[in-house]
Design a protein around this ligand. Structure first.
Ligand code: BG6
Length: 375
């Protein structure tokens, strides 16, 4: 792993550690014996897995955005309904938990007070709890019925980067495990998913190579004081995470919306002073993605026509996007459920470079801490 001396900030070092973090996470879940080991702490018997009727994912900040991606993974791979909550809201809404409810607490640090409070509330209501965490022995892991560790190494920078992508891999592995036990995944689907997972680290490295291009983009966009991020389907949580990265590192107002929501209000905001970052990547093997992509491209054309500056994340060979957008960051095609692992990297880099250009102390942004231990 690269030492600190090669990077001016921990945040950039940790962004560059993602190919390794993703590879380690995949290796620990992939081979049968190591998967058994990695998931043995989850302490969910096959019978308990078959009895799961609902999954609640509860987290804060970037971890909740990872949980929103996890919702797609559990619903598509394990066919279990999922609800995602802000930890800071969960405790106060007197949640109704049913028998067979699994509550997943996502936390990089394992010390976030809101998430610990939510974990205690879920347990008090009779739910079984599993923590996905990066710190063994942290309070959340000690109070959980089961644990899945992300093993991505210490994350120093306040802004979550490698811990976020490691959480996505852990969620995918857990969803695959539940799917295979509940037989909602055929053996062929499991094999295809594992093949796609194996190909991921090389694609993560490929996306990292857009760093120079993103640095140039940052210079063209550093003056703007508000950004809009758009993503459809499983990319919507990445739009939210990209907006959070810009807020917490560069102190720039940024909002994430589902692309399909633009016509229900946010369209009124769009003008030449509000850059739009659109996630238009796609899984080339998913015929349904083509329909969604078509709708997003027509919105891109409409927004570009108004003189709005648009940064688009798209597959390198996407001719429709090339025609309509001036700033394109290439993201290779991969299994749809794994696209978020690739999509977030250029957004982490864009936020980082704009923050540095603005002279922000990137690793220790004002008013924030790596873990909030008070509610
Ligand atoms: C915030 C951090 O304080 O806590 C975010 O600034 C983080 O980056 C959030 O996502 C949740 O932290 P954790 O450790 O529970 O994932």
């Amino acid at each position: 792993m690269s030492s600190q001396k090669q990077f001016p900030h921990f945040m950039l070092k940790e962004i560059y550690e993602q190919p390794r973090a993703v590879m380690d996470a995949i290796a620990s879940y992939l081979s049968p014996e190591s998967q058994q080991k990695a998931l043995e702490d989850v302490r969910l018997s096959d019978e308990q897995i078959q009895q799961i009727r609902k999954i609640n994912i509860v987290a804060s900040g970037a971890s909740r955005h990872a949980g929103m991606v996890g919702e797609f993974m559990f619903e598509r791979l394990a066919r279990v309904p999922v609800e995602v909550d802000f930890a800071s809201q969960y405790c106060y809404r007197d949640p109704i938990t049913e028998p067979g409810e699994l509550t997943i607490l996502l936390s990089q640090s394992g010390t976030t007070a809101d998430t610990i409070a939510a974990q205690r509330e879920a347990k008090a209501k009779g739910a079984r709890t599993v923590a996905i965490c990066n710190v063994k022995g942290s309070p959340i892991t000690k109070e959980s019925d089961g644990n899945v560790y992300t093993h991505c190494g210490e994350e120093v920078s306040v802004a979550a980067t490698k811990s976020f992508t490691a959480q996505l891999i852990a969620l995918f592995a857990l969803a695959m495990h539940l799917g295979s036990v509940r037989r909602s995944l055929t053996a062929a689907e499991t094999r295809q998913n594992l093949d796609d997972l194996m190909a991921l680290p090389q694609k993560v490295q490929q996306v990292l190579e857009t760093d120079e291009q993103t640095k140039v983009l940052a210079r063209q966009f550093e003056e703007f004081n508000s950004f809009m991020f758009l993503g459809r389907d499983i990319s919507y949580p990445i739009a939210l995470e990209g907006a959070l990265k810009l807020k917490e590192t560069a102190y720039i107002h940024a909002e994430g919306f589902p692309t399909g929501e633009m016509k229900h209000g946010p369209n009124a905001l769009v003008d030449e002073n509000l850059p739009v970052v659109m996630i238009l990547t796609r899984d080339r093997n998913d015929p349904e993605a083509a329909i969604r992509h078509e709708k997003s491209v027509s919105l891109l054309r409409e927004v570009a026509r108004r003189g709005t500056k648009v940064i688009v994340l798209a597959n390198p060979d996407d001719a429709d996007v090339r025609q309509a957008a001036s700033h394109i960051i290439p993201v290779p095609s991969v299994l749809g459920l794994l696209l978020p692992v690739l999509e977030i990297i250029p957004l982490q880099l864009l936020a980082y470079h704009i923050a540095v250009l603005r002279g922000v102390n990137v690793d220790h942004p004002r008013n924030l801490s790596k873990s909030v231990i008070t509610e």
